[in-house]
Design a protein around this ligand. Sequence first.
Ligand code: UDP
Length: 251
Amino acid sequence: MTEAIRENFMSVQQKLYEGKAKILYTTDDPEILLTHFKDDATAFNAQKRGQITGKGEINCVIATQLFQLLEAQGIPTHFLERPALNQMLVKKVKILPVEVVVRNIAAGSLCQQTGLPVGKILPTPLVEFYFKNDELGDPLLTRDRLLILELATPEQLNQLKEQALTINQILIATFNQCGITLVDFKLEFGVSSNQELLLADEISPDSCRLWNQSETDPNRRVMDKDRFRRDLGNVEAAYQQVLERIMSIRW
Ligand code: UDP
């Protein structure tokens, strides 16, 4: 790891935080952090744990490609550079404790909580906010709860929704180009030292539901973390397929 960083005239200082899928390190620039993507996989609030070989590299490369594509279309992100396959240099931000979920097709908790059938195309994209809090099990928030808890300002909340919908349009078109349907996905945002709201964390098969358009079988079409969650097998192969298709896009 240090070799790649040294080439960038930047040294890793210390581990700042270790999460379920990534480790964050400080660098000698106080405004820049290094994210190391791990092969570890967790689901159901970390009750299910495992490893997906090569996931760290695959997700980091996919996320890099998508961040660059979004930046090119005017979405500010925390991405700076990818010094190694599984490492990303990012702008230091204060992450808002809110998970922004965008849904185009009903799946997962939306179906469990509302009874909507899996696969139902939603009339308009649905933007939801979840409290990023493992102890509470990441509960769904209402707008008023989010504001009462001061998880974001009203201005930030409007911006989050607007950005999420714009990102959704860009990602739908991008995945469509490679024969993949974007069912739903989760975003995280952070505030930089100059108070800019930046898209942060990652966009990858860990954080999106992606269905292969050339498969109709509900299990075979899954190209995302649901393969791990639901023990569908061939997780690495599915992630690798997403990577290959994303990298083949010209933009
Ligand atoms: N998601 C995520 N991290 C979370 C919760 C959800 O990346 O902590 C993603 C998930 O992969 C899916 C979308 O957000 O693409 C919606 O997830 P859902 O609310 O259906 O939750 P699930 O039942 O999948 O946990």
